[in-house]
Design a protein around this ligand. Structure first.
Ligand SMILES: [Zn+2]
Length: 376
């Protein structure tokens, strides 16, 4: 018999929660940060290196994979885990957000979204049913409902209409997903910055019933204060006994603030993308490795970090390989950034388990305030 998908909430500290998601492919310790492997790779990292940073789960992108190499090809080759050599859990997004941000000639109807590929101009259709089919072909452990995410700012009327459409699509997603023991389908709350619309969305999703719930429609340009204002109430509108996932977030201080407000899972391209552009996250702040002040500096990026970039290389070396556009620069800086993010999650999990999350949060901010920060 297949092991079921389940979530156990182990401890809370204030609103912050720590727990464990169990899947047939392994456990996910929460709060969890999911590195993004858009095109079946976390750029510049081997899968075993991603695992070595402490990641329990990766995120893959439906939109990119359906266009290239196609979900059907990946399924024929044994599924996404085998294809990319990552045997642990994978969450895939629904393609809904990326089709709206990347594809051309989009046409949104009740049925779904027709569009042209940004790669070769070929015509495609994404609907709740097609998104569920693609995510099943990929073999994703956590499947996301197909939804529409309106760009902010938008009128209250537009946000309400879009949220209602997403709730109808959530129901169609649930029906199309069917019964798949060991796999999970997550609903996505919409409603912009409006508390009552968020509440209506949460009620609609709870009526349908999901294995987990995402707070969607944030981190789309509203700013940290507006996002935290929504997170002050949105997670409380969702079930306490299911994982809560904040999509597309974020900077280290966004992540700490989201966990403080009751979020269990997050994903973001920031640590990996920044690794390729020379932006480095440390306990003390953000470094820009291309800054000339690093060129003679024998110190590591972060004295306390145990990643290969910090154990074996100086800032001077990392500055040199970045300026020389050597591939190892992306490899080492991405590794460090992902390691930093996973260390941050582990620190939060331990603080929540010992009931000291508030102390962790104030130490996080005061350490950064001392600052080893480059102007960007
Ligand atoms: Zn490091």
């Amino acid at each position: 018999m297949t092991k079921p998908f389940s979530f156990s909430l182990d401890s809370t500290s204030g609103k912050a929660r720590t727990g464990t998601i169990s899947t047939p492919r392994g456990e996910i310790r929460t709060p969890a940060f999911m590195p993004v492997g858009t095109a079946a790779t976390v750029k510049a990292m081997m899968p075993e290196s991603v695992r070595a940073t402490g990641a329990d789960i990766l995120l893959g992108n439906t939109y990119h994979l359906m266009l290239r190499p196609t979900a059907e090809r990946i399924a024929a080759l044994g599924g996404l885990h085998k294809f990319m050599n990552w045997e642990r859990p994978i969450l895939t997004d629904s393609g809904g957000f990326q089709v709206m941000s990347l594809a051309s000639l989009r046409k949104l109807t009740e049925e779904g979204v027709a569009f042209k590929s940004h790669i070769d101009g070929s015509k495609h259709m994404l609907s709740p049913e097609r998104s569920m089919e693609i995510q099943e072909l990929l073999g994703s452990d956590i499947v996301m409902c197909f939804d529409e995410c309106p760009a902010l700012p938008a009128s209250r009327d537009d946000i309400a209409k879009s949220m209602e459409l997403s709730m109808r699509w959530a129901k169609r997603s649930r029906t199309a997903f069917g019964e798949r023991p060991g796999y999970a389908l997550f609903g996505i709350q919409q409603g912009g910055l409006e508390q009552d619309l968020r509440s209506q969305s949460a009620e609609a999703l709870k009526d349908i019933g999901f294995e987990g719930y995402a707070v969607g429609g944030l981190a789309v340009g509203e700013g940290q204060k507006a996002m935290f204002d929504v997170l002050d109430f949105a997670p409380d509108q969702l079930p306490t006994d299911k994982p809560r996932y904040l999509m597309g977030v974020g900077k280290p201080d966004d992540i700490v603030g989201a966990v403080a407000r009751g979020i269990d899972m997050m994903d973001c391209v920031l640590p990996s993308r920044s690794g390729r552009t020379g932006q480095v996250f440390t306990r003390l702040g953000v470094l820009n490795i291309k800054n000339a002040r690093h060129q003679n500096d024998p110190r590591p990026l972060d004295e306390n970090c145990t990643c290969p970039a910090c154990k074996n290389y100086s800032r001077a070396y990392l500055h040199h390989v970045f300026r020389s556009q050597e591939i190892i620069s992306s490899m080492l800086l991405t590794w460090h950034n992902l390691h930093y993010y996973q260390d941050l999650m582990e620190g939060m999990r331990q603080a929540i388990a010992s009931g000291t999350f508030a102390e962790f949060e104030s130490a996080f901010h005061s350490t950064r305030a001392q600052g080893d920060i480059d102007p960007l």
